[in-house]
Design a protein around this ligand. Sequence first.
Ligand SMILES: N[C@@H](CCC(=O)N[C@@H](CS)C(=O)NCC(=O)O)C(=O)O
Ligand SMILES: [Fe+2]
Length: 305
Amino acid sequence: MSDHVLDQAARLISGTQAGAVPVKAFFDEPTFTVSYVVHDPETRHAGIIDSVLDYDPASGRTSFKSADAIIAYVQEQKLTVEWLLETHAHADHLSAAPYLQGKLGGKLAIGAEIITVQNIFGKLFNAGTEFARDGSDFDHLFKDGDSFQIGNLKAMALHVPGHTPADLAYVIGDAVFCGDTLFMPDYGTARADFPGGDARQLFRSIRRLLSLPERTRIFLCHDYKAPGRDRYAWETTVSAERRSNVHVHDGITEDEFVAMREARDATLAMPRLIMPSVQVNMRGGHMPPPENNGIRYLKIPLNAV
Ligand SMILES: N[C@@H](CCC(=O)N[C@@H](CS)C(=O)NCC(=O)O)C(=O)O
Ligand SMILES: [Fe+2]
């Protein structure tokens, strides 16, 4: 089946010199999340991908050490932030995008299917009518194949649903920020059992990414290490994933993947921060409105997930 969007992404990657796009990673060990700053060396315009707001669930306190490290890098490198890009509404950490936007500017973007996710979680958290569920908590919604620029750098959004309905991968030069689809070859793939998740869709999204040029650099959203590996890692290539990803290397069929993924997902506990994360991230990282005492609260639905 021809896939014009993917052909266009492949051309973008092939037309970028290897290593020409600087990518800086920030690893948050409490949530195993990797955030990135990617920039155009000519204009020094930048994008920040999947930032983390520090959150202590015991005290209900938010803090900014992780986000401030990104701000320090942006300032030291004299970058102008053009985009705050979310690969999806994360279920394991709160997004720092609104905090970063307040300090650095930039447009906050996510996939257009976020509206589906907002409806699912808006219902679960019984959000009031102040929660619009139309994507307006974000500045921009990307659809599959949408092009954009970071300075003079060419970039594209690819819709890669499965982990959640709204997942995007961002192709920026020869770098692909794949969100929660692939993990390191020795760890495998993301889970597909969150509300709206689908293992079959995830397989198709992953195989689509793996048909990009072999040398494509892939930057992951998480690393949990893997049995026998004692260091975190978050950068791989299409070639390495096709050769050796334990869940989806070349030759694994869709049915084999789905059976494996569903069996494995049945053994996984919910992420430690799922409840705070989804009710904040469905609002683009904004906190729920304050109650009449001026305090903002997060809810926990009992026996509902
Ligand atoms: N232990 C982690 C697990 C987080 C988790 O479930 N991560 C998702 C991505 S949001 C995943 O795909 N995990 C795959 C796995 O744990 O094998 C936590 O509590 O935060
Ligand atoms: Fe995720």
